[in-house]
Design a protein around this ligand. Structure first.
Ligand code: FAD
Length: 508
């Protein structure tokens, strides 16, 4: 354990806190990561990793393990009234990534692999340690930590330069910082089960749409083959203390949608829950930061929740490291909220719309779901441009920070990535700009065939000079989180001077 004073106190060891801890440890920052629970979660919870999460975690040395443990689904079977439609999943718009698929893996496994990576870097999560109070002054934060089984008299006081609340939807850091968490709760109650199921084709996700709503099966793999999600037939809440839903109850819901064609058995986890849609008014208060569910919670539609938290962490970690090293200037830390809060808001909107359509009891929407969707779905499945755009958004590869103060375009025309990619791929990028994610591409490096992202792996700034086929050059300064900070075209003094100015201001 790091002795007081430390650089960063991370409160919460869910996927967000663990990702932040790995990045900070790789950057040599002195951290402590605490969690009030005795063990990491063993329920599946978030069940899928998006391509962009796999990319950023690859830079931290975690993704190979995740991919080996996970399950790739390539299509969704849409069960309509009179037929089953196969809709390819993530088959378009993802040409510039090594991970063009949704990786199904339970959150428990994701956390296990992150924690193992952290342990490999010499950091242990301090469990059964709860943050109970936090104060800050101009130079540091002071946290009060309660160790399980002890009273206030034994509380530990720890000083750190910064504290990050990765402590989930009921964040203590957010509450203590007085940051509002406005939003609402959806009226429906949901049933979730990880179980075995007979009557479902393996290797695909399944959706059963009806006037009542949508029943979904995802190929989870572990701790059970399937994850099921459905709306409960009654909105009446289970009385406090009542046992969780039974397998019979879940089976009855499944029968409603499938007409009895799917039989459940051997459930590993059954739960029911309500869903909230809330966003923190600020992501920063002085030396305190919020990331992950502490900053935004929303519906699971689109599998964005955990993934957005992981990327909050990756955006924040290197900025904290630079602030601690005294490089990057006083405004660098402000760019965390400026860049990530719009993403959080967009995710709330993105997950809300399809969710409302899937769950609405409005007669018009019910009619559309049961009668119009069988006609529209096959046409939508053929709309390649629309699908590519959708996958680009859901995969989180489309996230960028063009409006950020950290994104500066130097002179020269924008680079068309197609030129750079030797025409191998039908890329839809019209031109790369500062703030965009650096696309991935196969490269030969030191005689080995590899990928650009693998060459640039690790949280550090990289300067990439790319000689284009026509003899011109493109220059990209790539941030430690894989986004372009500064770029210019051609071998010109103005571009080089702009680069020097950028480095001086933001990199130090
Ligand atoms: C039933 C269910 C199903 C879900 N399904 C999906 C899904 O399909 N897809 C998806 O993307 N997301 C899903 N989610 C959401 C997903 O689990 C969260 O988005 C994700 O866990 C957020 O990670 P986090 O690290 O930000 O917060 P959390 O995972 O909530 O971690 C916060 C940690 O902080 C600790 N903590 C809290 N307060 C303190 C304190 N005062 N002191 C010390 N430690 C503290 C907690 O013990 C916890 O370990 C689901 C969630 C649930 C509950």
């Amino acid at each position: 354990m790091q002795r007081d004073p430390i650089d960063v106190l991370i409160v919460g060891a869910g996927p967000t806190g663990l990702t932040l801890a790995v990045q900070l440890a790789l950057l040599g920052v002195r951290i402590r990561i605490i969690d009030r629970s005795a063990d990491r979660v063993h329920e599946s919870r978030a069940l899928a990793l998006q391509p962009r999460s796999l990319e950023v975690l690859a830079g931290l040395g975690v993704t190979d393990g995740l991919v080996a443990a996970g399950n790739r689904a390539v299509q969704v079977k849409l069960h309509l009234r009179d037929r089953v439609l196969s809709v390819p999943l993530f088959d378009l718009g993802l040409e510039d990534t090594e991970y063009p698929y949704l990786l199904f893996l339970s959150q428990a496994e994701t956390e296990r692999l992150l924690e193992e990576r952290l342990a490999g870097l010499g950091i242990t999560v301090e469990r059964q340690v709860e943050l109970t109070d936090l104060t800050q002054d101009a130079g540091s934060v002071t946290a009060v930590l309660r160790h399980a089984g002890t009273g206030p008299a034994a509380d530990e006081t720890v000083r750190a330069a910064y504290a990050v609340g990765c402590d989930g939807a009921r964040s203590a850091v957010r509450r203590i910082a007085g940051i509002p968490f406005k939003g609402s709760t959806y009226p429906q109650t949901f049933l979730l089960a990880d179980a075995e199921a007979d009557g479902l084709e393996r290797g695909a996700a399944h959706a059963f749409a009806s006037a009542k709503g949508i029943l979904l099966f995802f190929p989870l793999g572990s701790p059970a083959t399937w994850r099921l999600l459905a709306i409960k037939r009654t909105t009446a809440a289970r009385p406090p203390g009542a046992p969780e839903a039974t397998l019979d109850e879940v089976q009855a819901a499944v029968d409603d949608y499938t007409g009895g064609t799917v039989r459940l058995h051997d459930a590993a986890w059954i739960t029911e829950f309500r869903i909230h849609l809330r966003a923190a008014a600020r992501y920063r208060s002085g030396r305190l930061f919020l990331a992950g569910d502490a900053a935004h919670v929303h519906s699971p539609a689109g599998a964005q929740g955990m993934n957005t938290g992981i990327q909050d962490a990756v955006n924040l970690g290197w900025k904290l490291a630079q602030a601690l090293a005294g490089t990057g200037g006083p405004n660098l830390l402000d760019t965390y909220q400026a860049e990530r809060q719009p993403v959080g808001k967009a995710v709330l909107r993105l997950s809300n719309r399809p969710f409302r359509i899937a769950t609405s009891l409005n007669p018009l929407v019910r009619f559309a779901r049961s009668r119009v969707s069988p006609v529209v779905a096959p046409l939508a499945a053929k709309a390649t441009w629309g699908r590519a755009r959708l996958f680009r958004t859901i995969s989180e590869l489309g996230i960028g920070y063009r409006r950020s103060a950290l994104s500066v375009n130097g002179p020269g025309p924008r680079v068309n990535w197609r030129q750079v990619r030797w025409g191998r791929v039908k890329s839809r990028h019209s031109g790369l700009r500062a703030g965009d994610r650096l696309p991935d591409t196969p490269v030969v490096y030191e005689g080995e065939t590899t990928t650009l992202h693998r060459v640039l792996a690790g949280p550090a700034w990289h300067l990439l000079h790319w000689r284009l086929p026509d003899g011109g050059a493109a220059h990209y300064l790539v941030r430690p989180d894989g986004y372009i900070g500064y770029c210019y075209m051609g071998d010109n003094d103005e571009g080089a001077a702009g680069l020097a100015e950028y480095l001086n201001r933001w990199v130090g």
